[in-house]
Design a protein around this ligand. Sequence first.
Ligand SMILES: NC(=O)C1=CN([C@@H]2O[C@H](COP(=O)(O)OP(=O)(O)OC[C@H]3O[C@@H](n4cnc5c(N)ncnc54)[C@H](O)[C@@H]3O)[C@@H](O)[C@H]2O)[C@@H](O)CC1
Ligand SMILES: Nc1ncnc2c1ncn2[C@@H]1O[C@H](COP(=O)(O)OP(=O)(O)O)[C@@H](O)[C@H]1O
Ligand SMILES: [K+]
Length: 517
Amino acid sequence: MTELLTSAQMRAIETAAISAGRVTGLALMERAGQGVVDAIQTTWPGLCGRAVVFCGPGNNGGDGYVIARLLQAQGWQVAIFALAPPATPDAIAMAAAWEGPSRPLADLAAADLQGAALCIDALFGTGLQRPIGPEVWQPLALARRAGARIVAVDILSGLCADSGQVRSLGGYLDGPADLTVSFEWAKLGHVLAEGGQRRGAFRVVPIGLSEEPHPDGVVRLVTAPGAELDKAQGHKFSHGHLLVLSGGPGKGGAARLAARAGLRIGAGLVTLGCPPAAMAENATRMDAVMLTPLAHAGDMVSLLADARLTALCLGPGFGLGAGQAAKLAATLRARKPAVLDADALTLLSRDPEVRALLHDQLVLTPHGGEFARLVPDLAAQMANPPGRGPAFSKVDAVRAAAARLGVVVLLKGPDTVIATPGGQVQVHAALGDRAAPWLATAGAGDVLAGIIAGLLARGFRPDRAAAMGAWLHVSAARNFGPGLIAEDLTEALPAVLRGLFQAEAGAGVSASSNPPA
Ligand SMILES: NC(=O)C1=CN([C@@H]2O[C@H](COP(=O)(O)OP(=O)(O)OC[C@H]3O[C@@H](n4cnc5c(N)ncnc54)[C@H](O)[C@@H]3O)[C@@H](O)[C@H]2O)[C@@H](O)CC1
Ligand SMILES: Nc1ncnc2c1ncn2[C@@H]1O[C@H](COP(=O)(O)OP(=O)(O)O)[C@@H](O)[C@H]1O
Ligand SMILES: [K+]
């Protein structure tokens, strides 16, 4: 399952299926409840004992009443605590079918939680449209302190299903849910921002909607590349020539990392272009990467005119002077595929005339700070704590930035978001069995820029190069593991490629996709 839905998209699918008579809301709710109970058993086989179920007023609460009934039928001792009476027809019906104890959540006392093995959080799901107060999150915090495992129905209450941001007043509970069980498709709030960090073990269970038609504009998770990444027969120029521009003496490390990554990912040739004063330093550090002196933007003319030069990478350790701005402008005027990172992004944000030269063969790879310099209004809107109504998520911000700038934008992080100028969005989620916290190390971003630039040089489309780059980068980090430094990423790439091609040649199925669960 590679789609990531918004709550509106999920609602639209559900409403269409119900209105067409293909399913009833009650049947969906029953399957959702059953899915949660099954997921609890799979996660903690044999667990049984006392459970408290916190129910909200909407259909998320409705799921809670189903879960209470099914747990009780399995021998659990269950008590329901309701934040408010059920308010939707389906939740009212499911509450009526519950024959056990039910009390107001406001009456919850520490004694009610003693010995509870489970706390089912069915307070709010995809319908959360405004911040919750302490009366909602404090009982969850209390249950956690009492030692109960928190099971979030659909999503941990207080997280926005569209942005992953916390919507809470007066604090929020510490830490993640122990288990989150969502229905049919993961939602954006399960991978973006805090949502990715707070989902705990994550399962998506079927509720019978998988064949329903999807609305337009669905965001997709980046999955493993396939055989397309392998090298076809040919000579080195068949696989492209990448030019990486570097800064002056003592500043070349970042560009060298990018250049080596471009070579490792299969560009036929990689040249590092540096100021003449940095030639000696770079020559002692590079063998397979070629070197060329580039004192001024004018020195790039013949290189840029050469059709065999298929991509560029500008930014890592580049510098922020007038000379660098001129080289950036010359590159953009040549309209070749390129990755713009680091200092190139800062130069862009300073100079509207250079920004006017952007074109659709470019990939911009900002981190959060660079993104805020490039598109301050969008970054501010994204950072605002969501109040009432729909949130402005990282997906919304990156989609808007790509449309405004007319380039592919990749905004980095454990939740890497990639958008095209046309509005297509992909997310690479470095979570769960794809978590890569060791990537938070100096120079990791330079390697990512080099990988993507190498893929551009090989002829991949900018959005495809960006998505494959994000996947390969995290896979390389995971392949190396703890202790990773940026240099290790390039050296781990061959094993990652070998694994991919072996998986492809084997079952014909990728062994290492990036599933939501
Ligand atoms: N969409 C689907 O296909 C399915 C949805 N189901 C469940 O239904 C849930 C969505 O149900 P709803 O749309 O009823 O939404 P919720 O149950 O998430 O909450 C909506 C209710 O809470 C109120 N509310 C929202 N924010 C509040 C706040 N901060 N403080 C107090 N009240 C607040 C709303 O006015 C509304 O009454 C899903 O998360 C899922 O658990 C499942 O039953 C199965 C199928
Ligand atoms: N916790 C994390 N999980 C997954 N990826 C991460 C994490 N922290 C950082 N990264 C990745 O590491 C890279 C860091 O890039 P960047 O911030 O530009 O650093 P630098 O400029 O030092 O190279 C990005 O690709 C980012 O997505
Ligand atoms: K919930």
